[in-house]
Design a protein around this ligand. Structure first.
Ligand code: COA
Length: 133
């Protein structure tokens, strides 16, 4: 859990194992979410991906990558590609015909990565959020 928190922090979302534990428990309990962790043999976690089924009234259900990160010292060695292919396999096995990812416009490296993995840009968006005090 410590290594997952470290990777999450590298993704730009500072997190502790205590933060992650209930989130992970929630995701692992649902058949509509998949969390995969990559490691060498029994070694520490080197990368993780979260993919989930997204349901909308306006379009058929699709799969969406909620997060993906590879340890900063191991990028470019194929771990990201491996995790995306596994996520795609899972989504396809559940009947999804599309795999989507939202990626911050500043993540140019990730954009190049997704384009190489068969994704294409379909739109850009602004994200709005309202606090709920
Ligand atoms: C984006 C990320 C997940 C890619 O994982 P990775 O393990 O480094 O990528 P891979 O080694 O599997 O690369 C697969 C292909 O994408 C290309 N690629 C990967 N990162 C790239 C980059 N920064 N710029 C250009 N191409 C890139 C590789 O060259 C490779 O091409 P090939 O198939 O021709 O050999 C990883 O760099 C990362 O964790 N980045 C920081 C967090 C992030 O941006 N996550 C995505 C959030 S939406």
């Amino acid at each position: 859990l410590g290594q997952l928190a470290e990777l999450t922090t590298q993704l730009g979302y500072p997190a502790t194992p205590t933060d992650l534990a209930p989130r992970l428990e929630h995701l692992l309990a649902s058949p509509e979410h998949l969390v995969l962790v990559a490691s060498r043999a029994e070694g520490p976690a080197l990368a993780w991906i979260h993919v989930f089924l997204a349901h909308r009234l306006e379009v058929d259900s699709f799969a969406e990558i909620g997060g993906l990160v590879v340890d900063q010292d191991l990028r470019g060695s194929g771990a990201g590609a491996l995790l995306v292919e596994e996520a795609a396999r899972w989504a396809k096995s559940l009947g999804c015909r599309q795999l989507r990812v939202r990626s911050n416009e500043i993540r140019h490296g990730a954009h190049a990565f997704y384009l190489k993995r068969g994704f294409h840009l379909i739109k850009t968006q602004k994200i709005f959020q309202r606090p709920l005090p």
